[in-house]
Design a binder for this molecule. Structure first.
Ligand code: HEM
Length: 508
């Protein structure tokens, strides 16, 4: 027992000395008083973006929050966001990695977890010029349209089956299927689920890998923030190694299939084909290709589902807005055909609805964390090298200083004022801004607009029987991404002729 107590005492004193040094050397932003060893970890409420937004009322728009011994600087207003993401962007563009992200990204050999440097610049260029070019996104458009029509067919089939008329459906179940099929087709050229809804062998393995990754992520403890305590909380090393091997084996098998298919049939547009074709030109290792493919899957799947689910909840709570979008869809598209992406320029109100949903419910409310590569000043305070910097985009999007009636779901605000969504206006940052802005933003917006447009053109949506619109639970789940705490249930009523509820399948 005695050695343990001595260890705790030494740790305690070390922490106090470290804190004192930091405070004497630097003028750190204000914040809640940290406890020894754990810092503010026990004070942070599970839904962090709301907790930090509340704290900013006391400590101001830039705060120091200690996660164990690591300093997190949280900024909560548009001016400071601009300083972090534009003016001081270059010194704040690294990523902090916990042991899991370090392991799975092979210490940042991918894009998401890469530090800002030559490797990052190279893979970012591959993403911008090759993967997310207008030409490629356009060539993959039929996949998105196919999947969205498949969703409509499946909702229609389920609600018109005997005894089901007037019953509620869980919106997320249908939207998640689109997001899954869409991303695996786009990235890996695979639709793991066949038209009967049966998942093939590789798909079962894919889903198991995704679920296992989430489980391993959830197993991380507070020790991630207190490096010298990590020895007490060893990682599930064997499970992690097994997970990495499974992921690599499946991805490599798919890469090989694609190489053979290209030899037979020539050029293909999926991300896996693009990366393999460009492997020599950009000198990409296999680890980087695998890392990039999984980055796109992880970053591009749930974010779109979350956006659509929240938007649908707002539209059910605000029937005036729902009717107004439907009036626009009826006027522009009518009831003789279904919507497609070519209709976007003629659907300005739908676009405003999407923007308003991204404003009130950014899927990644604190973006992803950035790390300082040098000592830098923000808002007049010191940010020491190695500190983590987070922008609370949720707080900014709810700030009454920059938004009139911020809590109101009122898409018209975007008709009254043109506000950019992709990182040029620091009041609205669902995709971040600057060097690390989301490379998949346009793809994400297209998919969300397409899903919402279809859901609203084909169906009228109401709360389930016995539930009033104002009773819908609008609270969010804790986590880096924010699903609705209670999955949205709603009753869809068809509004178009039955022959328009058929999937328009494409083979690509
Ligand atoms: C509604 C949809 C989406 C939202 C709200 C969203 C939001 C974000 C945000 C906030 C970041 C972090 C920016 C930063 O650190 O400063 C990010 C990064 C990223 N996103 Fe998205 N995203 C979406 C869809 C997608 C899609 C569809 C893809 C790809 C298929 C994608 C791929 C990525 C990647 C690879 C990064 C890391 C970029 C980097 O570190 O340089 N995202 N996204």
């Amino acid at each position: 027992m005695a050695p343990f107590l001595i260890f705790i005492l030494i740790s305690f004193l070390t922490f106090l000395v470290f804190q004192l040094c930091q405070r004497l050397r630097f003028r750190l932003p204000p914040g809640p008083c940290p406890w020894p060893i754990i810092g503010n970890l026990y004070d942070i409420k599970p839904v962090k973006f709301q907790c930090f937004s509340e704290w900013s009322q006391t400590y101001g728009p830039i705060m120091s929050v200690w996660y164990g011994s690591s300093l997190n600087v949280i900024v909560c207003n548009a001016e400071l966001a601009k300083e972090v993401l534009k003016e001081k962007d270059q010194q704040l563009a690294d990523r902090p990695r916990d042991r899991l992200s370090a392991k799975f990204s092979r210490d940042g050999k991918d894009l998401i977890w890469a530090d800002y440097g030559p490797h990052y610049v190279k893979v970012r260029k591959v993403c911008t010029l090759e993967l997310f070019s207008h030409k490629r996104l356009e060539s993959l458009r039929p996949i998105r349209e196919d999947e969205v029509t498949a969703m409509i067919e499946s909702i229609f089939r389920d609600i018109t089956s005997p005894g089901k008329l007037g019953e509620g459906v869980v919106v997320k179940n249908y939207v998640s299927a689109v997001a899954l099929n869409n991303i695996t087709r786009l990235v890996l050229g695979k639709r793991f689920v066949n038209s009967e809804g049966v998942m093939e062998k590789q798909g079962v393995e894919f889903k198991a890998i995704v679920a296992n990754g989430l489980r391993l992520g959830a197993s991380l403890t507070m020790a991630e923030h207190i490096p010298w305590l990590r020895w007490m909380f060893p990682l599930e090393k064997e499970a992690m190694a097994k997970h990495s091997t499974r992921r690599d084996q499946l991805t490599k098998a798919i890469m090989e299939e694609h190489t053979l298919a290209r030899q037979r049939t020539g050029e293909k547009q999926h991300f896996v084909d693009a990366l393999l074709t460009l492997q020599d030109k950009y000198d990409l290792s296999d680890d980087t290709i695998i890392g990039l493919l999984w980055d796109m899957i992880i970053a591009g799947m749930d974010t779109t589902v979350i956006s659509v689910e929240w938007a649908m909840a707002e539209l059910i709570k605000n029937p005036r807005v729902q009717e107004k979008v439907q009036e626009e869809l009826d006027r522009v598209i009518g009831s003789k055909r279904v919507m497609n992406e070519m209709d976007f320029p003629n659907l300005p109100y739908l676009k405003c609805v999407v923007k308003e949903a991204f404003r009130l419910h950014p899927p990644t409310p604190m973006m992803l964390p950035h790390k300082a590569t040098a000592h830098v000043k923000v808002g007049g305070y010191d940010i020491p090298k190695g500190s983590i910097v987070q922008v609370n985009v949720w707080a900014i999007a709810h700030d009454p200083a920059v938004w009139k009636d911020p809590l109101e779901f009122r898409p018209e605000r975007f008709i009254e004022e043109e506000i950019d969504l992709k990182g040029h206006d620091f009041r609205l940052l669902p995709f971040g801004a600057g060097r690390r802005v989301c490379p998949g933003a346009q793809l994400g917006i297209n998919l969300v607009q397409l899903m919402l447009g279809h859901l609203l053109h084909h169906f009228h949506w109401a709360p389930p029987k016995g539930v009033k619109a104002e009773e819908i639970d609008m609270s969010g789940n804790p986590g880096v991404i924010t699903f609705m705490r209670t999955p949205l249930e709603a009753v869809p009523t068809p509004r178009l002729p039955p022959h328009l509820y058929k999937r328009v399948a494409v083979d690509m």
